[in-house]
Every structure is written in structure tokens, then in C-alpha cells.
Ligand binder design. Structure first.
Ligand code: G3P
Length: 218
């Protein structure tokens, strides 16, 4: 399973990159705003900075919601760097745009996926990734992980190449469950990724090893 970090924070991206486990980055307009990155020129410059930091795919989201606008913005984003994957919302014109981008060899990530039917349409249009938002489904008492399992079954039934990019991950168990269910990618905040490092028995075991070593070397 690939690990993407879900942030526009350059320090956090660097920290995940330094761990040696990072395969890519996802962003969205809310994550950009959280870092105080506003205005088209600043946003484009920030995407370039992220691409310089990491080697893998970097999802950059369009703001337009009409076909012409999505295509114009998507082509501009894709021209920034070959690492860019154009993030397109799951709307009718978004699906049409994904079809257009696919025919023109521009990779896409269909975002705001909340049902298996939406994922199936995006895959049919040729999306490189679909992003089911599991945390936001959990927030409304719907099982987000169930959606990952359904999409996995559908994509395997028909050998779709579209990768399942589990998004809206809130905690380390989401990452583990996505790995068990066969998601291709988990995009998560740094806190959920680094939480995978921790176990109290690791801490107490290491402490004991060091105490015993020091006893023998007094
Ligand atoms: O990648 C999508 C993700 O950023 C949404 O996460 O926590 O805002 O639901 P969240």
C-alpha cells in the first residue's frame, strides 16, 4: 500500500519524507487555506514547492465546477510538473473532464467520493485514482470502511486500473483497516502516520533492554 500525506504543510511533508515511507501528497483547497496559501499564483508556487520536496504523485485540486473551467485549470496544473495529478470533484462535468484528461494523458484523482456508484463512474471515465472519504462517512454514522471494501470488489471484478486512494483518514486504525481491505493508497495526516510507530510494549521492552545492557557494563 502506498502512503500519501494529506497536507499542504511543507514541514510535515518533509518530516514524512525523511521517514522514508512517503509515496506522494494530497492537498485540497481547505488544506491550502489552513496554511495561509491563498491566491492563484501563491497556490501554483506552493504546488511547485511540494513537487520539489517529494518524488511521488502530488494531487492538485481544480476550483472550477464547469467542464470548460475544469479542463482549463487542470491543464494548467498538469503543466506545472509531471508529478501533478489533477484532482477533480465527483460531479457530472467532473466526470466529463476526467474522460477528456484521460484521452490526453493527464492523470486524475476523482475526489469527494461517497458511494460505490460514484467510484464506478469515475473508473469508467478513466480516473487514475478515486478518493473515498471514509472519515466523513463515519462522521454521519455510515461505515466508511465498508465503502472501501465495496469499491475493491467492484474494481477487482472488472480489472479496473483505477487506484483506490482512501482519504479523510482520521487515525491509525483507519490506515490499518484500509491495508487489510486492499486500498491501493492511504492518504493521512502526519499524526495518523506517526501514530503507527507507537506501542507501549515497544517502549517498555526497549527501556528494559537498555537497563540490562547498562547493568552489565557498570
Ligand atoms: O483527502 C481528503 C481529506 O483531506 C478530507 O479529510 O478530515 O477533512 O474529512 P477531512
Amino acid at each position: 500500500m502506498k502512503f500519501f500525506i494529506d497536507t499542504a504543510n511543507l514541514d510535515q511533508i518533509k518530516e514524512a519524507q525523511d521517514l522514508g515511507i512517503l509515496d506522494g501528497v494530497t492537498t485540497n483547497p481547505s488544506l491550502m487555506a489552513k496554511e495561509g496559501i491563498t491566491g492563484k499564483d501563491n497556490i501554483l508556487a506552493h504546488y511547485r514547492a511540494i513537487c520539489e520536496l517529494v518524488e511521488g504523485d502530488v494531487s492538485a485540486e481544480v476550483i472550477a465546477t464547469d467542464l470548460e473551467g475544469i479542463i482549463r485549470e487542470g491543464e494548467e496544473l498538469a503543466a506545472l510538473n509531471p508529478q501533478i495529478v489533477v484532482k477533480v470533484p465527483m460531479i457530472k462535468d467532473g466526470i466529463k473532464a476526467i474522460h477528456h484528461f484521460t484521452k490526453n494523458d493527464i492523470r486524475t484523482n476523482c475526489t469527494l467520493i461517497f458511494s460505490a456508484g460514484q467510484a464506478l463512474l469515475a473508473a469508467k471515465a478513466g480516473a487514475s485514482y478515486v478518493s473515498p472519504f471514509i472519515g466523513r462517512l463515519d462522521d454521519i454514522s455510515t461505515d466508511g470502511l465498508h465503502l472501501i471494501a465495496d469499491i475493491r470488489t467492484i474494481f477487482d471484478n472488472y480489472l479496473f486500473n483505477t487506484e483506490i486512494l482512501a482519504a479523510s483518514i482520521r487515525h491509525p486504525m483507519h490506515i490499518i483497516d484500509c491495508a487489510l481491505l486492499g486500498a491501493d493508497v492511504a492518504t493521512a495526516p502526519l499524526s495518523a502516520i506517526t501514530a503507527l510507530l507507537n506501542h507501549p510494549l515497544t517502549d517498555s521492552g526497549l527501556q528494559k533492554f537498555l537497563e540490562d545492557y547498562n547493568k552489565g557494563n557498570l
